[in-house]
Design a protein around this ligand. Sequence first.
Ligand code: SF4
Length: 250
Amino acid sequence: MALLDAVAVSVDPDNGFHAEARALNARYGDLDAREVVALAVGELFPGSIALVSSFGAESAVLLHLVAEVDRDLPVIFLDTGRLFAETFEYRTELANRLGLSDVRTVSPDPERLAAEDPHRARWMTKPDLCCHIRKTEPLARALAGFDAWFTGRKRFQNDVRSRLAMFEADSERIKVNPLARWSAAEVKEYAVRHDLPAHPLVAQGFPSIGCVPCTSRVRPGEDPRAGRWRGLEKTECGIHTGLEADGSGI
Ligand code: SF4
């Protein structure tokens, strides 16, 4: 499908973002990742889409794809206050390497932290609340004014994501998942082909990297996200729960 066939999609809350996502999947769901990034940035959501990146283990691939289309695209990085020092170093290294000019670091509201997590221990007692105040709330503030955002999620990462669509909806905007259909091997091959640096913790047994208290090493044979919230039912931080909430996100 030629990208020139694309028409601007007006995000009309009255029509429902889920209907919007279904229409986008029907028309553009078979495009490859590079085409989807170019389409979303240039045609579907010009000036109103951001990339949300954890600068984690597999973040470099989507950051590279986006940088090839628009190095000035806003990149939102959530500093939860509980990240690994290596993640900050990696953010700086990757941003410089890819020439990203608009990396925005967003943080939790200090008053909310003081009220809800004064001892920095909510991750043990109420991890959903911890994720809400450290991730969901800051991200909602950062995405205000955007109609859409890119995520780097992939179907292979776990069962919950196994039906991930290219376009999804949440209550306020469209999520675009250019790498949804990529395999782990394709991600690795792309990173090698483009000589992208790896997150320093990958070599230490962390194929998925989030906050320090909720990330553990993954053993051979486990799924790549098995080390996230190990021992809990929790598999997502709350910013992607729309997928589970409506079954498929489309
Ligand atoms: S991943 Fe853990 S430490 Fe980070 S915000 Fe969620 S519960 Fe809190």
